[in-house]
Design a protein around this ligand. Structure first.
Ligand code: HCB
Length: 216
């Protein structure tokens, strides 16, 4: 199958919320030697972006959003070991604590960033979704993290990113740890406004930024 046709089918599997089809297409990509991140960024992400847009204009509804999210996770579950495998022998650049902001349960993008960071030589502690600010701060202290990545997909949960920065300052840890924010509503300007060290637009750019921030 032509690469463009494969990517088109991948997007369609997410739009239709077909988890089995998405996983099969991901397996096909692995067999055909397609770079897993390229499959995600050029195949599956356009599908989920389409669903997000249709949801915002009320052409699609919550059940379809849920099914699309499940299909996305099924595809990434197939591609994840490939991403890990290709980065398995790299040296450790630093320790990262990752979390979705308090109140936010979107985990697909954050988990992808985590996979890419660990495949690129970072030690990653992924605290999951809807993470209280104190839990992030405690983990930073416990593992002596070099970097914190806070994800927010909702305009209402972006404030949680600011709260993490403020809590790190208040706890005296801010000098020793960098903060990277990401998620659809975030921008470089937002990162600057809240006193974060950078904005990761997607997983690949998050890895580049993480390397820069820890001086790797
Ligand atoms: Co959700 N949802 N959702 N959703 N959802 C969004 C985010 C909207 C934008 C859709 C829309 O209206 N256009 C919208 C938010 C509007 C807003 O606030 N402005 C929205 C809404 C409203 C909601 C609910 C409120 C719906 C409801 O209940 N009525 C609800 C909120 C739940 C909550 O969090 N409290 C909700 C629920 C859901 C699910 C559960 C159905 C499902 C999530 C499933 C899951 O994650 N397990 C879901 C989904 C799938 C989406 C969309 C369609 C896709 C998100 C996604 O996975 N994108 C999303 C629309 C969209 O974003 N296009 C929609 C793909 C990943 C790969 O991209 O941007 O998440 P990403 O991550 C990138 C990038 O941002 C960066 O790297 C990642 C990898 O490339 N990055 C970081 C992310 N985090 C980083 C951290 C770093 O440090 C560095 C980089």
């Amino acid at each position: 199958m032509q690469r463009e046709d494969l990517f088109e089918e991948m997007a369609q599997s997410i739009i239709e919320g077909e988890a089995d089809a998405a996983a099969d297409l991901a397996r096909q990509a692995v067999e055909e030697g397609v770079d897993p991140l390229e499959a995600i960024d050029q195949g599956f992400v356009p599908g989920i972006d389409h669903v997000g847009h249709e949801f915002s204009v009320e052409n699609m509804f919550l059940p379809e959003l849920v099914l699309a999210g499940e299909a996305m996770k099924a595809a990434i579950a197939v591609l994840e070991p490939e991403m890990q495998r290709t980065g398995a022998e790299r040296e450790i650049h630093g320790t990262v604590v990752l979390a979705a902001a308090h109140g936010d349960i979107h985990d697909i993008g954050k988990s992808l960033v985590g996979t890419m960071l660990s495949a690129s030589g970072f030690r990653v502690f992924d605290l999951g979704v809807d993470v209280p600010v104190e839990t992030v701060v405690d983990k930073v202290r416990e593992v002596n993290a070099d970097l914190v990545g806070v994800s927010a997909l909702l305009t209402t949960t972006m404030t949680g990113q600011r709260e993490v920065v403020e809590a790190l300052v208040a706890s005296g840890l801010r000098e020793q740890v960098k903060v990277m924010v990401g998620g659809a509503p975030c921008t470089p300007e937002w990162a600057t406004e809240i006193g974060a060290d950078g904005f990761g637009e997607d997983a690949a750019r998050a890895v580049t930024l993480a390397r820069e921030l820890v001086g790797a």
